[in-house]
Write a protein that binds this ligand. Structure first.
Ligand code: P6P
Length: 338
């Protein structure tokens, strides 16, 4: 009977968020409507990604995006789907997408109280070889939804009201935090619903995996080089950490969140601010890791305290198990004392 009970006790993401929002009497359901449109976008992209190999959606769209990278058709499709879904929700007033150089200001008649920053299809260079990719998003509540300005999104990540990602891999997994912990949902294609499968995710205090692109080693600064050396040749007699690097942030962070360890995209001589984007890669993932009991550090400060000056700004990032990131912070602090 227990199995039977489980089958009928379906906690969908919509029910879950409605339950959470009911704790805030003043909430008018706006957030739930916004989230349901993000979820709709993810379901669409999940279906498109799964079909990509067959529908010949892969391959270049012939355009390049603001990052100067070749834009693949799925990038274009995903961005269009999310922009349309977010605008039609009637709950947003500013959108910032990795694919669009300028922020989108929603026309006044459709404006709502939220600003959404997102990477519609992160890791898209991995599409053609079937490696997991994902959508990453962060949500700010704006102060002035009548005449919003860019300042509403040039806010530190700690001001976000929610953040999450959807990973398109062997299964479609949606991980979300609204500031009260982290929960994971898996898409049941037969229902078309995201079902709660990973309640209250907590990252192990310390892990034995490090995740970095070792190919950049010759350009790392001292503290990063020292930390990675320690992972490989521990001085305290402990066993070396394993290296796991997919090269798709959503996949690397999801594994870190569930198994523990540390994900690093450090600064290097070629890119002094690292590669990952503050608003829609660093902030959402840092928000999730802190909510799961881990932490996120830029090499200089707590990642969520960073105040961005422009919407596509980059930052180095070290995120993961609390104690692993503490070790990185100690190495940077020692460097600063020199
Ligand atoms: P590298 C993918 O292009 C991405 O933006 C992230 O998903 C990923 O973590 C990173 O870049 C990989 O960068 O330089 O190691 O290939």
């Amino acid at each position: 009977h227990a199995a039977e009970a489980n089958r009928t006790d379906l906690m969908t993401i919509t029910r879950f968020v409605l339950n959470e929002q009911s704790k805030y009497p003043e909430s008018r359901g706006d957030f739930t409507i916004l989230l349901s449109n993000i979820v709709l976008g993810c379901k669409f992209v999940c279906a498109a990604v799964n079909k990509a190999g067959l529908a010949k959606l892969i391959g270049l769209a012939g355009e390049t995006n603001v990052q100067g990278e070749e834009q693949k058709k799925l990038d274009v499709l995903s961005n269009d789907v999310f922009v349309k879904a977010l605008i039609s929700s009637g709950r947003t007033c500013i959108l910032v997408s990795e694919e669009d150089e300028q922020a989108t200001f929603v026309e006044p008649s459709r404006r709502g109280r939220y600003a959404v920053v997102f990477d519609p299809l992160d890791g898209s260079s991995n599409i053609d070889c079937g490696v997991s990719i994902g959508t990453i998003f962060g949500i700010y509540m704006v102060k002035d939804s009548i005449e919003p300005t860019l300042d509403e999104v040039l806010q530190p990540g700690k001001n976000m009201v929610a953040a999450g990602y959807c990973m398109y891999g062997s299964s479609c997994t949606f991980v979300l935090s609204t500031g009260a912990g982290v929960n994971g949902f898996t898409l049941d294609p037969s229902l078309g619903e995201f079902i709660l499968t990973h309640p209250d995710i907590k990252i192990p205090k310390k892990g034995n995996i490090y995740s970095v692109n070792e190919g950049n080693a010759k350009n790392w600064d001292g503290p990063t080089a020292k930390y990675v050396e320690r992972c490989k040749f521990p001085k305290d007699g402990s066993s070396p950490k394993s290296l796991r690097y997919v090269g798709s942030m959503v996949a690397d962070v999801h594994r870190t969140l569930l198994y523990g360890g540390i994900f690093l995209y450090p600064a290097d001589k070629k890119s002094p601010n690292g590669k990952l984007r503050v608003l829609y890669e660093v902030f959402p993932m840092s928000f999730l890791l802190e909510q799961a009991g881990g932490q996120a550090f830029t090499g200089k400060q707590r990642a969520l305290d960073l105040v961005p000056n422009e919407i596509h700004e980059r930052s180095p990032i070290f995120l993961g198990s609390y104690e692993d990131v503490e070790e990185v912070k100690a190495l940077y602090a020692a460097e600063d004392k020199k």
